[in-house]
Design a protein around this ligand. Structure first.
Ligand code: C2O
Length: 435
């Protein structure tokens, strides 16, 4: 982790950020199932860090526990089993009270795990498989010196929606593509904005372009799902296949619908990036029909032995889960699931018009119901395993998960990182069953 400067705009001075290996997003790990890894994280940044590999069932000491901090000048070696099925993971800072600041200034990157089953499906790969990490940020305009607007300096306690939409660290970028199929691994890097993405073919009367959703947080879906709007909240990953074949020689623009939850909108928050479609295809490999089903998804059987309710609510300037915050050290372990057992967790948005994308560490869950708004379980959620679910305003969502494979203390929290840093972070303790 180290500071670096990057030219974000042609007419502004370079922007200071702090990134893994001095880039944002950090280096993309390409990993293979069955091959373990140790990653040494050396902190040469601005403040204490803790690194979480989001979606890995890491053992508790390597999971980025918020209080397990590595000070500036220290390092920590993290061990990752890489025994899960293929999926799009990401690694990011998780330091107590400063996660939002650290991620917003650049401490986030992709970690892609592959396996043979996924390979056999024949989705676009190599140069046709591209991670797209979206983050909305805000720059100072007085003076307009290229510096990022700093949530901590500005004592922000609710949200930084950001008026500049960046993809892989670049504001409103374009990508040259060939007129064929691509697989995009989409990720909302945060720190507060939720998107409803859609695409239009600019020179074809803004004709809509569908996403074929093929993957979620925890790997391939049961089967591909077509959609023209993809809802993506913070930390969610949705993998989509897009076919640019009909648009050779023209542009396709990815847009964001405005008015999502309580998000603030600005001049440029209706667009995300552009695809400039060329005229020639250099390889037809994995450019065919997408098979269905995509894989056998290990959905937890409906054998829940405990149902728990967690309410995510604002609490006089802070944010709490069942009235508890991270700094309530004696009370913050809110559940003791037995190792290997299946539980249903009811996640309730405590109101006020806020959004809360809820992430549970360690497990892959299935969303089984959503009530309280005009949205039910989305078609692509219904065939997915996830580790983050968006609680839109007024919503209650039920998720089912098996609490395995390891015992130990793990966190769960709102992934609006400003909420997380202001106490909407708690823990559960996976306990060994006696005998
Ligand atoms: Cu992506 Cu607890 O984090």
């Amino acid at each position: 982790m180290k500071p670096f400067f990057s030219q974000q705009y042609p007419n502004l001075p370079p922007t200071r950020q702090v990134g893994y290996d001095g880039i944002m997003p950090g280096p993309t790990f390409m990993m293979t199932q069955g091959r373990e890894a140790i990653v040494r994280q050396i902190n040469q940044g601005d403040r204490a860090s803790s690194v979480h590999l989001h979606s890995s069932f890491s053992r508790s000491p390597f999971d980025g526990w918020a209080d397990d901090i590595t000070e500036v000048g220290q390092y920590k070696d993290y061990y990752y089993p890489n025994r899960q099925n293929a999926r799009t993971l990401w690694y990011h800072d998780h330091a107590v009270d400063h996660t939002a600041e650290n991620v917003y200034f650049g401490l986030a990157g992709f970690y892609i795990l592959k396996d043979a089953q996924e390979e056999s499906v024949g989705l676009p790969t190599g140069q046709y498989e591209i991670p797209l990490g979206i983050m909305a940020r805000r720059y100072n305009n007085n003076p307009a010196d290229g510096s990022l607007w700093d949530p901590e300096v500005n004592q922000e306690v609710t949200s930084v929606y950001g008026d500049v939409i960046e993809v892989n660290g670049k504001p409103w970028p374009f990508l040259n593509v060939e007129p064929r199929k691509y697989r995009f691994r989409m990720l909302d890097l945060g720190i507060s904005r939720t998107y409803k993405l859609y695409m239009q073919a600019d020179q074809h009367n803004n004709q809509g372009v569908n996403f074929t959703v093929v993957g979620s947080d925890c790997g391939l879906l049961l089967r591909p799902i077509q959609t023209n709007v993809l809802t993506m909240s913070i930390a969610e990953r949705w993998e989509v296949v897009v076919d640019f074949a009909p648009f050779a020689g023209s542009n396709v623009t990815m847009h964001n619908q405005r008015g999502v939850g309580a998000d603030s909108d600005f001049d440029g928050t209706d667009r995300v990036m552009r695809f400039v479609v060329g005229k020639t295809v250099t390889s037809q490999q994995n450019n065919g029909a997408i098979p269905s089903p995509l894989r056998e998804v290990p959905f937890p059987p409906n054998l829940s032995i405990a149902n728990r309710l967690f309410e995510f609510a604002s609490n006089g300037g802070g944010w709490h889960i069942n009235g508890i915050g991270w700094h309530d050290v004696a009370e913050r372990v809110l559940a003791p699931p037995k190792r290997g057992s299946i539980e249903i967790w009811e996640l309730k948005n405590g109101g006020g018009g806020w959004s809360h994308p809820i992430h549970v560490h360690l497990v892959d869950f299935q969303v089984i119901s959503r009530t309280g708004s005009d949205r039910s379980v989305l078609p692509y959620e219904a065939v997915a395993l996830q580790d983050v679910v968006w609680l839109g305003p007024g919503e209650t969502v039920r998720v089912i998960a098996r609490f395995a494979p390891w015992p130990g203390l793990y966190m769960f929290h709102c992934h609006n990182l400003i909420h997380e840093d202001h106490e909407m972070l708690a823990a559960f303790n996976v306990t060994e069953v006696a005998g």
